[in-house]
Design a protein around this ligand. Sequence first.
Ligand code: FES
Length: 118
Amino acid sequence: MPRIEVELASVPKDTPHRLEYNGMGIVVIRSGHNIHAYHDVCPHASWRLSDGEVVNGILECPGHGWQFDVTSSRYASVPAYCLKPVSITVLGEIVRLEWIEPVCVPVRSRSLHGEASA
Ligand code: FES
């Protein structure tokens, strides 16, 4: 099971914080007395959530403005859409992040001429 450990003090408050593992991203959000972690991929069109903003416990995606409740991970307008969670454990001043499967990144296809497309 992949695992990352970081110091709690290295995670800024109310600012999405990106961590990478083998080139794949996790967004860590420290809000109030809570800390949450999700795969750093918006379920709408795969923009990086860590490039967004957190205001009053809501994470807004920079892509098209979808807003996710940081605690529940749900998209405010359509709760069926949610973020993919990463298990998080706080061990004193250390934050441990673990997940079962690899963090997903958008797959790009290649044309026969070698040009990447989304
Ligand atoms: S990619 Fe996040 S709202 Fe569109």
